[in-house]
Design a protein around this ligand. Structure first.
Ligand code: GDP
Ligand code: IMO
Ligand code: MG
Length: 430
């Protein structure tokens, strides 16, 4: 029987998952998102066009591929409607290529409002959430009061929506925060809710399936499936720097619960990382650069959030964190992204362990949020020149292949792809 391959981020998100899923899509019959929601922003560039996807899997640009939004994903109909419209404008057909799990939960307008007021109430301790309603929607799922895609087919939908809205409004009122001026995708709450209600029609038209049966039956038929992760391992609800995390399991284990496939059905695990590190939102970042090197990474790497436009924090590659992610996910192949962003550096630093409590260690301690983890660096030679577009790994500068070999050796997993630019074509297979 065929297996489900997995592609996920090993850092704090935005590693370039969308680009590589798109590159690998011709090898797969099905691409399936297994967790997260519109907090994700996955960028795909080809033929001079650029698309940013939030909910729809990045396999949508290949006509032969079916894209599945799995049960572990949470969906905002307003965002999904906009996404479909943008794809249609770009000449991409969604209907007939996208199916949604009936068990996926719905993000309600009041989830977004709750996210906004609770973040504001946290003040300087805010998580820096994307304000897409992620935490409140997953909270309702876990507390067994959420609404699911399958509920759209029920005559009780409106009644349940109004009950949920009322319940959320009571919590929102307790924060005692004036939200009249707050904007949701540029709209006031009232306008956003009106648009959200209209967008339910788009959801009603899309094909809904019991995706666990759909995917397992596809596997029995020998179909190739790739599971597409959102966010990154260091934002995982269990293993990230809690509470500065997202609200889902972003690791390989999330594929099993988010799609309904058994662990024995998981095949290759592709772990994506940037040749350096970025993080958007609050929380610890041991190798963060607050100097001109950090500024250069942000500028050259265009490190501004795909979903929120916020500047991303930038820093050197963190090997203990990368090894942690490889361990948690059972990564079988690594993919290194954005090597081109390091072109102008003559020296590259890589953190190989941390110093904390007066000792050296590779382990991320439980107190990673309150302790100052001081990175211990090794320095490697940079290639310090523009990279020429090539498909051959051996054509790359020796300093770059040495950088890759250093990582492979320390992490113990081979690097199979090196990405040299945002376009599909700027990809080197090793
Ligand atoms: P995702 O959330 O993991 O899919 O990543 P994002 O799309 O949020 O962020 C990655 C950004 O880097 C996007 O703007 C991509 O177009 C861009 N990108 C991807 N790979 C490369 C690369 O190898 N080099 C450069 N310079 N940009 C890249
Ligand atoms: P992709 O899939 C980068 C971050 C937010 C915040 C924290 C919690 O594009 O890699 P949330 O809205 O989930 O409650 O925010 O997680 N975050 C991401 N950072 N890429 C993402 O997705 C992210 N999704 C959430 O910035 O720090
Ligand atoms: Mg992103």
């Amino acid at each position: 029987m065929a297996k489900v391959d997995v592609l996920l981020g090993l850092q704090w998100g935005d590693e370039g998952k969308g680009k590589i899923v798109d590159v690998l899509t011709p090898r797969y019959d099905i691409i399936a998102r297994f967790q997260g929601g519109p907090n994700a922003g996955h960028t795909i560039e080809f033929d001079g066009k650029k698309f940013v996807l939030h909910t729809i899997p990045s396999g949508i640009f290949n006509e032969k591929t079916i894209n599945v939004i799995g049960n572990g994903v949470i969906i905002d109909p307003f965002v999904l409607k906009k996404e479909i419209a943008q794809l249609n404008e770009g000449g991409i057909q969604v209907h007939g290529h996208l199916v949604i799990s009936r068990k996926a939960h719905i993000i309600l307008p009041t989830h977004r409002l709750l996210d906004a007021v609770s973040e504001q109430a946290k003040g300087k301790n805010k998580i820096g959430s994307t304000l897409k309603g992620i935490s409140p929607a997953y909270t309702d799922k876990i507390s067994r009061s959420g609404m699911r895609i399958g509920d759209l087919e029920s005559s009780e939908f409106d009644k349940r929506y109004h009950l949920a809205r009322e319940r959320h409004m009571k919590s929102i009122d307790q924060y005692d925060i004036d939200y009249s001026e707050m904007k949701f995708d540029g709209l006031s709450f009232t306008e956003y809710e009106k648009n959200w209600l209209e967008a339910l029609e788009v959801l009603r038209e899309l094909k809904k399936v019991n995706s666990e049966y759909y995917l397992n039956s596809a596997l029995r038929d020998g179909k190739n499936i790739l599971a597409e992760g959102a966010q990154g391992t260091l934002l995982d609800i269990d293993f990230g720097s809690y509470p500065f995390v997202t609200s889902s399991n972003t690791i390989t284990a999330g594929v099993c619960s988010g799609l309904g496939v058994a662990p024995s059905k998981v095949g290759n695990v592709y772990g994506i990382f940037k040749a350096y590190c970025t993080r958007v939102g609050s929380g610890p970042f041991p190798t963060e650069l607050m100097d001109e090197d950090g500024e250069l990474l942000r500028k050259v790497g265009n490190e501004f959030g795909s979903t929120t436009g916020r500047p991303r924090r930038c820093g050197w590659l963190d090997l203990p964190a990368l090894k942690y992610a490889v361990m948690l996910n059972g990564v079988t192949e690594l993919m290194m992204m954005k090597a081109d962003v390091l072109n102008s550096f003559s020296m590259l630093k890589v953190a190989v362990q941390y110093k904390y409590n007066g000792q050296f260690s590779e382990e991320i301690p439980f107190e990673s949020v309150s302790l100052d983890l001081e990175p211990v660096y090794e320095t490697l030679k940079g290639w310090n020149r523009e990279l020429e577009l090539t498909e051959r790994y051996d054509d790359l500068p020796v300093e770059l292949t040495d950088y890759v070999s250093f990582i492979e050796e320390r992490v113990g997993v081979p690097v199979k792809i090196v990405s040299l630019g945002p376009d599909r074509k700027e990809t080197v297979f090793k």
